[in-house]
Design a protein around this ligand. Structure first.
Ligand SMILES: O=C(CO)[C@H](O)[C@H](O)COP(=O)(O)O
Length: 234
């Protein structure tokens, strides 16, 4: 009997077998599932697989460097062939919540720089409705309490009166993302209309990005604890 780590590894390995080939420019996602994927690249790269990776976080840069994947800056390679990245939740339309690892901004920039984005997930991430996982919102530190007020007003429009919004902490301090911003996590329980909510969050001054990834995933590779995997296309 396997566990969710086996499921994550199965998804990562299947993504390599299914989607990678010589010459591709590949966005490398963040989080444990993506890191299984990047670690699983070590052998194929040693065997001659010729790809260039663009990372979505400093932590993924560390892993890619450790296993010998050639890495470039997105400014050197502004268009990518494919991005393989994890998700905190994914719904039947392929809409996702991401940012549990605080990398949502770079992840969205890299995913949308790619011709195709593939979500690698263990089967616990597949949901009917998004929202059980708290929605991460990346905000500029300057005036973040004012940004929080705007956010509360928008959430109230969607029926979340007095929404629970928490600033994310790390080691007792406000967490800083790789771009130096803060994260506010919104506890929503269920998001009835993810595209509508996403559209209202984007224009709020002080909001840099949010973790709703709408219409971005082309497919998902779902790993199961018994080591099997399946692909769903959107
Ligand atoms: O969005 C992310 C990081 O910002 C990750 O992809 C997401 O949190 C999934 O992580 P894991 O594979 O560890 O469950």
């Amino acid at each position: 009997m396997g566990d969710q780590d086996d499921a994550k590894r199965a998804a990562g390995e299947r993504a390599i077998a299914e989607y990678l080939a010589d010459g591709l420019r590949v966005g490398l996602g963040s989080g444990t599932t993506s890191h299984w994927f990047v670690r699983s690249l070590a052998q194929p790269v040693r065997d001659g697989l010729d790809i260039v990776g663009v990372v979505t976080s400093t932590s993924t840069l560390d892993v890619a460097t450790e296993v010998g994947v050639r890495v470039a800056d997105l400014n050197e390679v502004p268009e990518l062939d494919i991005t393989i990245d994890g998700a905190d939740e994914i719904d039947p339309s392929g809409n996702m919540i991401k940012g549990g690892g605080a990398a949502l901004l770079w992840e969205k920039i890299v995913a949308t720089a790619s011709k195709k984005m593939i979500a690698v997930v263990d089967d616990s991430k597949v949901v009917e409705k998004l929202g059980k996982f708290p929605l991460p919102i990346e905000v500029v530190p300057f005036g973040w309490r004012s940004t929080e007020r705007h956010l509360r007003a928008v959430f109230a429009e969607f029926g979340y009166s007095d929404v629970r919004l928490e600033i994310r902490l790390k080691d007792g301090e406000y967490l800083r993302t790789d771009s130096g911003h803060y994260i506010l996590d919104a506890y929503l329980e269920e998001i009835a209309d993810p595209p509508a909510l996403a559209a209202r969050l984007n224009p709020i001054p002080g909001v840099v990005e949010h973790g709703l990834f709408i219409g971005i995933a082309a497919a998902t590779v779902i790993g199961h604890p018994d080591g099997t995997s399946e692909i769903r296309e959107f």
